[in-house]
Design a protein around this ligand. Structure first.
Ligand code: ZN
Length: 337
């Protein structure tokens, strides 16, 4: 944890000032071990292995803890890099581009292993703060500690330990895995200053009926309950099916016979992922099987989220015809803190 993060923190319980009560281990600019303390309610929060911990997994509800545990395992396992991540990230953030990050205070709701945190930092964010509930924060911290403008915090998106100081917040593929996606979005938006912006990308309900009908029951009853290392092995079988179909059918047909390809099942999405190699496709399949909670959200429902935060000029667009991305400006929110 870099000391400059302190000025942006607020107690998740009472919104009080957070001070550094004790430092027991430091490495140059990083506080590795120590204690943070709320000036108002005096609650303390540990800094462990360089990460301030505002979420105690033993205290949070079972469902959220399971999601954090399963994804945490996934993100520490799939710690590979992929140059396509950059384009993929921008696809999810459209119409936001790299330049948009320059000089902004940015909050990332659900950073996983810090893949996007690194990009935001490199694209010139003034400060980028990534939060996650899961142990993936360990990987995220390791990957970002050398970036002077990147910060990782272990926290619950419903109880964010920050002041309202951000110019931009985004959440990619995370909200639909929380018990209340809309509330998680509202919570994230509450930390953005008036005039700032927010982006979100979520699973769509439309065109995903086959997932909600066939994959979800398997996920809910079976795959999210078995231990992740075993699921990793098991998920190689459906991945093989996806891999062969995308490489042998979707990719060549979309290149050479567009008219035919558009009739293929789930063509936009499967053609999109046909560019990925085995490891990335395996992580996508695994992702769909590992989550204890996953909501598929309709456009109508997604629109109510933007109304709820009174976003101005909210732009909701279809991504690969199976998910929604939104971008809007935060205005007229009362400054809470
Ligand atoms: Zn407090």
């Amino acid at each position: 944890m870099k000391e400059k993060l302190l000025q942006f923190l607020a107690c998740p319980d009472c919104a009080g000032e957070i001070n550094l009560a004790e430092v027991t281990e430091k490495d140059k600019a990083e506080i590795l071990e120590g204690t943070l303390k709320c000036a108002s309610c005096e609650k303390t929060f540990p800094v462990l292995r360089g990460i301030p911990r505002f979420a105690d997994l033993s205290e949070i509800e079972q469902e959220k803890a399971e999601t954090a545990k399963n994804f945490g395992w996934e993100w520490t396992h799939f710690a590979h890099e992929d140059e396509r991540y950059e384009q993929q990230f921008l696809d999810w953030l459209q119409p936001v581009d790299k330049k948009f990050f320059a000089g902004k205070m940015v909050l990332e709701g659900g950073c996983g292993k810090g893949r996007h945190t690194q990009l935001a930092a490199r694209w010139g964010a003034k400060e980028i703060v990534g939060i996650d509930l899961s142990v993936a924060v360990e990987t995220a911290f390791a990957k970002t500690r050398n970036l002077p403008n990147a910060h990782i915090v272990q926290a619950d998106i419903f109880r964010l330990p920050f002041k309202k100081v951000f110019d931009y917040a985004y959440s990619i593929g995370v909200l639909h895995h929380t018990p209340d996606p809309k509330q998680a979005f509202v919570s994230l938006a509450s930390k953005v200053k008036s005039g700032g912006h927010i982006s979100a990308w979520i699973y769509g309900a439309e065109n995903n009926e086959w997932i909600t009908r066939f994959v979800n029951p398997i996920r809910e009853r079976f795959t999210s309950k078995i231990n992740p290392p075993a699921l990793l092995q098991l998920s190689k079988l459906p991945t093989l099916g996806v891999f062969l179909a995308t490489k042998l059918i979707y990719k060549p047909l979309n290149k050479n016979a567009k008219n035919l390809a558009k009739h293929l099942f789930y063509n936009d999405y499967l053609n999109y992922i046909s560019r990925f190699g085995w490891v990335e496709q395996h992580s996508i399949v695994f992702d769909h099987l590992v989550a204890p909670t996953a909501f598929y959200i309709s456009r109508d429902e997604f629109e109510t989220w933007w109304k709820e935060i009174q976003a101005e000029d909210a732009k909701i667009t279809w991504h690969n015809q199976n998910s929604w991305r939104g971008f809007g400006k935060i205005t007229n929110q009362k400054d809470e803190r």
